[in-house]
Design a protein around this ligand. Sequence first.
Ligand SMILES: Cc1cc2nc3c(=O)[nH]c(=O)nc-3n(C[C@H](O)[C@H](O)[C@H](O)COP(=O)(O)O)c2cc1C
Ligand SMILES: [Mn+2]
Length: 485
Amino acid sequence: MSENPRLQSALDLRAFLSDVKAAGELEEISGAHWNLELGALTELFAGQTPTPALLFDNIPDYPKGRRVLSNVLFSPLRQSLALGVPADLRGIPLVQAVKAKLAELKPLAPEEVKDAPVLQNVAQGSDVNVLEFPAPQWHEKDGGRYIGTFDAVISRDPESGYVNVGTYRVQVHDEKTVGLWIIPGKHGNLIAQKHWSKGEDCPFLIACGVPPSMLLASAVGIPWGISEYDFLGGLLGAPIPIVKGKATGLPMPANAELVLEGFAPPPEKVSRPEGPFGEWPGYYASGTIDRPVVRVSNIYHRDDPIVTGDPPLKTYLNTDIYMHIRAANIWSSMERAGIPDVRGVWFPRQGRFFVAVAIRQRYSGHARQVGYGVLATRDGGRDTRMIVVVDDDIDITNINEVLWAVASRWDPKRQSEIVEVPASDLNPTITPEQRAANDMVSSCIIIDACRPYGRKDEFPAVSSVSPEYRQAVLQRWAHLFKAKD
Ligand SMILES: Cc1cc2nc3c(=O)[nH]c(=O)nc-3n(C[C@H](O)[C@H](O)[C@H](O)COP(=O)(O)O)c2cc1C
Ligand SMILES: [Mn+2]
C-alpha cells in the first residue's frame, strides 16, 4: 500500500472519512430510518453549500456499525481526496490539474495482496443474506430498496480478459437475489451479453462500499478495453491493491467495505421487475421492467461495513462527482481537434444537460465551433440540452455570471444553433413514440453568449470594479469581508 498519505485517503474509505471529519465536512447521524429518511436527509443536506458527507449509523432494523455514507463526493475537498490531487484546488484550476494528470496517465495494473480488510468476514452458501446490510428506500416512488447506487460492479470480458468496473444500480430482491440495471451499450452490459449469447451465466462482483477513488473511476467513461483498475492505478501513480473472489476469480478492491459475488443468468431464463427509481435527471423515467438479476453466492465485508450511496437528486445531480474529469476530457478533446484558446469547461451544478465553456475569441465563428466541439465528444455529446459559450472574462463556475452573459451578450436569433444529439433512456423529453421507434435523439441549443466577434472591441465596457481596484478595496476594507470567508 502507498506511503503517500494523500493516496491512503483515495484508496481507503476509512482514511478518507477521518480526513473529511478533520476538515469539518462529516455529519454523523444516528437513528435515521432506511425507509425514506436517509434519502430525504441526503437531499436536504445536498441543498446546502458547502454540504457535508453524511454517515448514518444505528439504522433501525440493523446492528450498530452497519452504516451508510451518502453525499460522499459533493465538495471540492472530497473530490481532491478521491483524485489524489492537492486539496486546495477549486474550479477551473482543479479541472486543469485533472486534465494534466489524464494527459500523462499510463495505465498501471492492480496488485494482488494477501491481507485484505474486505476478507475480515466471508459468508457463503446458506449463510449468504443480503438483507443483513442496510439498503435504503431512497425516494418515495422507488420500486424497492437499493443497496447499490454508488457502487462498483466488476466483470471480465470473456474474449480479451480485461476487467471492467462500472457504477450500475442494484436493487435488493431477497436474501440471495439482487437486480442489476445496466444501460445497453455500457461495458458491463456488453460483457454480460457475450456470456448470455452462449447461454452462460455472467460472473459479477458488486462492491457496495467502495474506496473513494474507485467510485470515481467506475462512474466515469473510460474507453472499452482499458480496465478502470489500470486507469486508476495510473491516475494515482500506485497499483490498486486487490484480492480475488472465490467463486468468480474477479478482482475486488482489498479495501472495499462490502462485496457481493454472484452470477447473472441469461435474462430470458431469469429476470425480475426492477424500478422505478429516481434517476439522475431528477425524474422516474425508466419505469418498472423485467431486468436481469444476480444470484449472490458469497459476501465479503469489513467489520462494521459502510455502504456508499449516492441517490440521484433533483437539481443536485450526481454529475457533480465526476464533472471535473468529464470537463477535462471535453477540454482535451477540443485541444486535440485543434480548436484554440478554450480557457475552461464547466458543468453547472444543475446538471449534465448544461455545459459552459469560456474562450478567448480568435476569429469569427470560433464560439460556434466550440459548441460543436463539445457535442463531438463522448462526455459532452449525449443528452446535452444547452451549451453556453462565453468570453473568458466570465467566471463559468458562477452560474450568475453565465446567465448575466446570456442576458447581456446573446442575441437569440443571430447567436444560436439548434441541433440534434443522441439521447438516453433517462432523458425525460423523449416521447413514447420515439421510444417505440427507437428514435433516441433530442435537441440541443448552442448559445453563443460571447461579444459578437466583429464588434468585440467596440462592445460596451463592463461596469464592474476592475480587478486591481477590487483588490485594493478588499485590502483597505478587509474587516468588512472577514465573516464571508
Ligand atoms: C451515482 C451513479 C449511478 C449510476 N447508475 C447507473 C445505472 O444504474 N446503470 C447504468 O448503466 N449506468 C449508471 N451510471 C453511469 C455509469 O456508471 C457510467 O456511465 C460508467 O462510465 C459506466 O462504466 P462503463 O463505461 O465501464 O460501462 C451511474 C453513474 C453514477 C455516477
Ligand atoms: Mn468501462
